[in-house]
Structure formats: structure tokens, C-alpha cells
Design a protein around this ligand. Sequence first.
Ligand SMILES: CC(C)[C@H](C(=O)O)[C@@H](O)C(=O)O
Ligand code: SF4
Length: 481
Amino acid sequence: MSTQKTPQTLFEKVWNNHVVRPQTDMTPAALYIDLHLVHEVTSPQAFTMLRQRGLKVRRPDQTFGTMDHSTPTTPRNAFGIIPVLDMQASAQLDQFTKNCEDFGIPMYSLGTENQGIVHVIGPEQGLTQPGMTIVCGDSHTSTHGAFGALAFGIGTSEVGHVLATQTLLQYKPKTMAIRVEGNLIDGVVAKDIILAVIAKIGVGGGTGHVFEYMGPAIRGLSMEGRMTICNMSIEGGARAGMVAPDETTFDWVNGRPYAPQGEDFDKAVEFWRTLPTDEGAQFDAEVVLNADELIPMITYGTNPGMGMPIDGRVPDPDKQASVSERMAMDKALTYMGLQPNEPLIGKKVDVVFLGSCTNSRIGDLRLAAKMLDGQKVADGVRMMVVPGSQQVKAQAEAEGLDEVFKAAGAEWREAGCSMCIAMNGDQLAPGQYAVSTSNRNFEGRQGKGGRTFLASPLTAAATAINGHITDPRTMYVPEMA
Ligand SMILES: CC(C)[C@H](C(=O)O)[C@@H](O)C(=O)O
Ligand code: SF4
């Protein structure tokens, strides 16, 4: 009898480790959830359901809350408090505090030292660890997959289910390998990789799949770069995105407050080393990209798949293969106020937004600060710098990055989702153009009538200086990568 085990992918290992009840032809699998993150927007009805049914939270110790979406990012008042002027937001935040208190869930409230965007604080606190299952009522939960966790967004009724049972009903997704060969050239960063992936496969390209990003270019990325990439997996239609854990991962997790400590950490690492995809394991699909050929990317349209190399021209709807593609592109270009074949370099912008769970970590801020050091944001351009968490903010201030941004004329704000979603007072005015480091460019996403170009922090900083869309390679400081 052969003792050889069938080679497994990273996803399959994590999935199999968490199946409580296997999937059948008729029913989904029940998966055990190691970490459940909650925020103020998608949890209220779930808590209402618990109250109505007289249920408790099954594992409050594996549940964690933070305030992020509807929190203002305006400066603190004389008492060090961030005032919430919007009545609805204020009521939502109060309700969230009450829900977490009533059910015994630890939570970071507005302005406190660890508060921030849910997908920034999980990794930062060491809550996010390799091999875990992680869910949150938020599509960008895919971010946590950068650690080799299986992490994905769930709906509000599922939030209730996980709160009550610590399990989730799921059909097993397929797998897709996204192999990025070669090495990035100067001025090209993780955000450009993921924008290129989505431009290649389209916003529906990953539907029903979990991505595993692999290859030398991914191995060469910092944890922050890997998080940027996993974050936008959902924008390629995927259920989740993962990167196999390695030394970069272990070093990053080591010493964080909720990470295993001392000997426990060593034991954990031993286990984490068993997680990477086995030689010969099969994926259901594969996509290959070459990092050497990538240049900075930017979107021109109203979904994240409408992206192109920054030195390209806006595509012509008439040249699209199908009627539906022609119509979609026509509509997008009309909304964006762009002409077919127009170059984007040189296009004037009104706002530059550096922030969101895609690009608001310390590495993103350092990158932009290097570009902005000693420079000025162009006249007539508003640049907002919004750290992803209070910890990122404190770190940036300790390094003097806030001074660089302020001296350049940018706004230095409190932590939160901010203009990524425009539900907290930070938003574009109708017709305004923004280069944004966030992940979504849908119509009205950053404010009614606002028009978004998604790009990297480097492209954002270069654009802020010139006041028009700029290829960061033309302003590149060598030691920047
Ligand atoms: C509010 C929440 C449901 C939403 C999401 O799930 O992604 C938000 O975070 C977003 O980015 O659009
Ligand atoms: S920063 Fe943007 S994408 Fe991320 S969780 Fe907040 S609203 Fe969603």
C-alpha cells in the first residue's frame, strides 16, 4: 500500500483543517472559524438577531471589533476627541459599542490607540495568523490571506451565524494559481501587480475561485505588498486570495500582541511551515504574468478591471469584441468624461487620496513620503493622507512622515476608511477627478459624481506634485523600492 499523500494546495490544507462537517451533494460544509472581525456597518442586524433569539456569542475571545467605515477622520478637538457630527454615524457607533459590551467582544473604539480599518488592525495586532480561517462582514477580508490564512467576506446573516456558532456554511471553492514571474522594475509596486492581474482576467475572472499568488515577484514582496495584492482579489471576482507563509511572514508576525509568544511561537512556525502548496498539487486554473514587463498601472473606467499601463491610451469602445462590452465601456467613459484614445498622463486631477485598506500601511506612507519629501502638492490639488490605523499614524509621526506630508501641503488625518467609501464626510464633489490608492472606482464610490483613477501610492504622490496624472518612473528616487 502506498503511503504517499496526494499533494495539496495551501487552500486545501487550510480548508481541510477546518471542516467540522463535510460538504455533501445537498449541503455545504460547516467550517470552523478561528477569527471573526466585526465593524459597525455590517454587524447591527446580526446582534439584533442574537437578541431576538436569546443567543450568546459562542467565542467572544475569537471575535474582535473596530470602528472604521463611518468614523470621521477630521483632526481631534482641544480635548483630544474626534467629534462625530453626523447623527446617523454617531448612533451607529454608539450601537456598536453597546453591542460589543453586551456580548463581551473586545473592541477598539474611535480614536483609541489601536483603532483603525479592520483589515489593517487584524494583522497589526497579530490576530491574523497563517493557517487560520478568518471572516468579517466585509469583502476586503481577503487582505488577511497574505499570511496564508483562508480569509473572506460574509453577509450580515452569516455574521449572525458565526457569532452564534463560530462556524460557517460554505461550498468548497475552486483554486486558481496566479504566478508572477520575474522581478518588479523600479517605480513599479504591488498595487501595479494586482491592477494588472485584474485588467487581464476582468472583474469576473476569478469567480468561484480562491487565488494563490505565487512566483518570485510575490516572494520578493513585503507583507504589506502581499496584503495590497490579496486585498483586491475580490475585485478580480475571487472568493479569497492567499500567499504561502514564509520567513517574511514569520518575521512580521513575531512579537505582535496577539501572536503566540516564545516557545509557542516556535511551535506555531513549525506548523506554519507545513502549509505551503505541495509540489505537484493541482489548481483548477492558472494565470501567469511577468513582473519585468509591468509598468505602473492606472484605471480609466468605473470598475477595477478597466485598467491600463499608465503610458497607454484610453481604449476605444468601438474596438471591443461584444455589444455588451462596447456599451459598458461607453457608459464608463461618459461617466469619467474621457475620450477614446486619450492619454491619461497629463490629465489634471482635483484630489489625491492616499489611504484605504489597500494602501494605508506604514510602508505605503513611507513610499509616498519619499516622493513628497521637499516637494509641494500642486496648487489647486487637495491631497489627503489617511493612515489605516492609529498605530500606523503613531509610527508615521515617530518617523516624521506627517511633517513631510504637511510641509508638502497635504492633509494629515485620523485613521479610518475615509474617502475610500465616502460614508464618513470625506468625499469628492460631483465631477471632481481623484487619483486614489483605494480599491474601488465604481460610479459615485468616492462621492456622488466623483471620478476615480485607481493607482499606487507612488503614482498618487507623483500626481499630487504635478497636479496631473504622472508616471512615477519619471520622478523616481532610486532607493525608493
Ligand atoms: C461596508 C462593507 C459592506 C463594504 C464591503 O464589504 O466591502 C465596504 O467595506 C466596501 O469596501 O465597499
Ligand atoms: S477602506 Fe474601503 S475597501 Fe477597505 S474596508 Fe474600508 S471601505 Fe472597504
